[in-house]
Write a new protein. Structure first.
Length: 604
């Protein structure tokens, strides 16, 4: 869509409405350009975008791309949305897509897409999205595949969707806050109070504004209990009409519009007196556990806390609860009142989370058929990891240093025994520091203090956050701060030369192997070296395949430490992607000499 926006601007056709596939405008002929345009979207000409190349073999004219700009008559309705079967801000979602109104499927839908949709409708923030209660098949094709960041003005600015059969998934039903929203507070449950009236959002005057009024707003937005009802424009001045002044809620009303007020308030109040609300935001909690990230699951519903039946709660539900509470990922779901029997009601709904929701409030629910057999003897419990933040400390910048993780607001170190290059790659990605260059021991960044976390992260290496990795535990007794792990990411200045290789005493593709390791050039020892490591080294040098590797004919002791311990699969791009090596005395083994087949040249 960003490249399409630039193209539309270049052609004086406005901005892009959609990127479409070949069934729209047919197949072209002749050349297929092997360029990828890396546009930001604000350029005025494609020549201003960065360009990278890929293989033409990956594409055919069956993949020719098309674009619809908003300057086209085709785009008059394209991308417009409407809700049916409900009200102006609640109902089954339909989008005008490829010249017809089509229902949207629930799969791949998240809070980001829902926020964009409510914004596009002018309906405030998201209250809920779920599968449509209607089971009628839509007569046309449906649409799926939207992927939004959440900041877009309309769904057409998100990545392209695709038409699919309506029978391939559940259709989407959404509820937006058509009467009230909270703005400029940093979350959907705190901010300046704004009310929608006659199609226009306006503010509420703080005269007589109190906790009873705040309670109604929190209830309407499903944001838990009121914490504060700030006055005097605490969340900044709004704009537009001041729709309500001298609001007097009893506290039991379902919406703010049900409360008495004197009406418009410009003659009583300026926007410097706009009312605000801070809600607890709590929809779920864990109680009776050893810390706030483990315990009996309780949900806030109808003004009180209820327990959840173990038959109505699964791993996907657990993932959402741990995420909502900033408690990392689930370790274990426990039934049979493992954290004691609760009091009050057992919740009469069954959660049907997909696992990617930010709060359980956004999970679909159904009336449980199982809860009739449930009592507090069946209260479900949950243990979450509690890991929430990560950092690298004591390095030259934020992308190198000793690994520290935050657990229940306490920071601690990680033992090198439970840490490898794949976990380091994930941590570097999480910190926006690229990929890992090296996992190093305590002599690099020093010993930490305090807690040593007893977790081993079982990462594949392609995750973007440590919370996505499996976790297993081991005994803290096996480790001390003398084994604290450190990581160098390629986003660090320390990594400028780290992991580079060169050959000496021979030719460009033949010689004694040296690697820049821990800020110095070091010879590599032959021990533990195999064809896998040799293949990676020749590839890294751009020298083709391995012809031979052996001990160096030179017997001169290298003036610095040597390196050993590489272990590669053979498919890595460079030695830095293999398991971590170790510095050793050069006298402890023979030094490595390698012969590669030579520089490879592409011919066309």
């Amino acid at each position: 869509m960003r490249a399409a926006d630039v193209l539309c601007a270049q052609l004086d056709c406005g901005s892009a409405v959609a990127v479409v596939e070949v069934d729209w405008f047919g197949e072209g002929s002749g050349h297929i350009w092997a360029d990828v345009f890396d546009c930001q979207g604000n350029e005025r000409h494609l020549s201003q975008c960065g360009i990278s190349s890929w293989s033409r073999a990956a594409c055919s004219h069956k993949d020719d791309t098309g674009v619809i700009c908003n300057g086209s008559s085709v785009a008059f309705h394209e991308g417009r949305v409407r809700l049916s079967g409900g009200s102006e801000c609640q109902g089954e979602v339909e989008i005008y897509f490829r010249q017809d109104w089509r229902r949207v499927l629930l799969d791949s839908w998240s809070l980001s897409e829902a926020s964009v949709l409510c914004r596009q409708l002018g309906c405030g923030s998201v209250l809920n999205y779920r599968s449509s209660p209607s089971t009628t098949e839509h007569k046309h094709m449906c649409v799926t595949g939207f992927s939004c960041s959440g900041s877009e003005a309309h769904l057409g600015n998100c990545s392209s969707a695709q038409p699919v059969s309506c029978s391939s998934g559940e259709q989407l039903y959404i509820t937006c806050s058509d009467s009230v929203r909270l703005v400029n507070g940093g979350s959907r449950c705190a901010g300046r109070v704004e009310v929608l009236h006659d199609g226009q959002w306006g503010t509420v005057c703080h005269n007589d504004w109190d906790m009873k009024d705040a309670a109604v707003v929190c209830r309407e937005l499903h944001c838990g209990k009121p914490v504060d009802a700030p006055q005097f424009g605490h969340f900044g001045p709004g704009s537009g009409p001041i729709w309500m002044v001298y609001v007097r809620c009893r506290g039991s009303e379902s919406t703010l519009k049900d409360c008495w007020s004197l009406g418009r308030g410009e003659s009583y109040c300026g926007h410097g007196g706009d009312a605000g609300v801070t809600c607890s935001g709590e929809n779920v909690r864990l109680t009776a556990g050893p810390h706030r990230c483990s315990g009996r699951v309780e949900v806030f519903y109808g003004g009180s806390w209820s327990t959840v039946c173990d038959a109505d709660f699964d791993q996907q539900d657990a993932e959402v609860v741990c995420r909502e509470l900033d408690c990392g990922i689930p370790v274990e779901v426990l039934g049979s009142a493992a954290f004691g029997r609760g009091e009050g009601q057992v919740w009469t709904e069954e959660l049907q989370c997909r696992g990617n929701e930010s709060e359980i409030y956004f999970c679909p629910t159904t009336s449980s058929l199982k809860h009739s057999d449930c009592s507090h003897y069946n209260d479900v419990g949950l243990i979450c990891t509690g890991h929430t933040e990560a950092r690298l400390v004591n390095g030259s910048d934020s992308c190198s240093g000793r690994v520290e993780l935050q657990y229940l607001s306490e920071w601690g170190t990680v033992c090198a025994v439970g840490w490898d290059m794949r976990a380091a790659d994930v941590l570097c990605a999480q910190l926006d520091c690229g990929s890992a260059v090296a996992v190093v021991e305590v002599d690099w960044f020093g010993e930490g203090s305090g807690h040593i976390w007893a977790d081993v992260f079982d990462c594949q290496g392609n995750e973007t956050h440590l919370s996505q990795c499996g976790i297993s535990s081991w005994s803290r007794a096996a480790c001390s701060h003398k084994h604290d792990a450190g990581v160098i990411c390629n986003g660090s200045s320390v990594a400028f030369h780290e992991g580079r290789v060169r050959l000496s005493g021979g030719s460009e593709c033949q010689g004694e192997v040296e690697i820049y390791f821990r800020q110095d050039w070091r010879r590599v020892l032959l021990d533990s070296w195999s064809l896998s490591e040799a293949s990676v080294l020749c590839r890294q040098l751009g020298c083709g395949s391995v012809l031979n590797y052996r001990s160096s004919p030179s017997t001169t002791e290298h003036k610095h430490m040597c390196v050993t311990g590489f272990s590669c699969s053979g498919s890595e791009a460079h030695l830095g992607n293999c398991s971590s090596a170790q510095p050793v005395n050069c006298s402890s083994g023979e030094q490595l000499y390698i012969t590669c087949s030579g520089k490879q040249h592409n011919t066309y």
